[in-house]
Design a protein around this ligand. Structure first.
Ligand code: HEC
Length: 129
């Protein structure tokens, strides 16, 4: 006796319901996996230091990356290990990015020259100096 339809034999209704539940679970799991996988590449603020090194070529006209020796601007070796910028502000992502974006005191602004991605890569590279 089938508890769903009352039919006495060969009833597939219960089977069908179970099958649907199984397929729906598969669907949900797949969608979740796709959502998680899809999120990874666009994780914000994690720049690529190797790419940033290439971007830095535009900065190396004025900045040494491997020494403190002054070119047009100060050498940036160990920038993120310092406590303060020349401006007296603490060294952090925000202040360094602001310096890159707006320039000033002899440095040109790079806000319109570099993309968001290039600046994120650059920041990652500066942290390795
Ligand atoms: C035309 C020359 C020039 C270029 C190109 C240039 N800068 Fe500068 N930069 C300067 C000068 C000059 C200063 C010093 C400003 C000051 O005394 O506050 C400076 C300051 C800085 C500082 C602050 C250093 C400190 O100790 O306070 C950072 C960080 C910096 N630049 C990063 C960059 C990056 C990254 C790039 C490439 C996107 C770049 N600069 C391109 C001239 C330049």
């Amino acid at each position: 006796m089938c508890e769903w339809c009352g039919s006495k034999r060969n009833c597939r209704l219960l089977d069908m319901r179970l099958t649907r539940v199984v397929w729906m679970s598969v669907c949900v799991v797949t969608l979740a996996a796709v959502a998680i996988a899809g999120k990874k590449p666009s994780k914000p603020s994690s720049g690529d230091a190797a790419k940033g090194k290439t971007v830095f070529e535009q900065c190396s006209v004025c900045h040494n990356a491997t020494s403190l020796e002054k070119k047009v601007g100060p050498g940036l070796k160990g920038l993120f290990r310092r406590s303060k910028l020349a401006s007296g502000k603490p060294v952090n992502d925000e202040n360094v990015m602001a310096r890159i974006n707006t320039g000033g005191e002899g440095m040109p602004p790079f806000k319109d020259i570099l993309s968001d991605k290039e600046r994120a890569d650059l920041l990652a590279y500066l942290k390795t100096l």
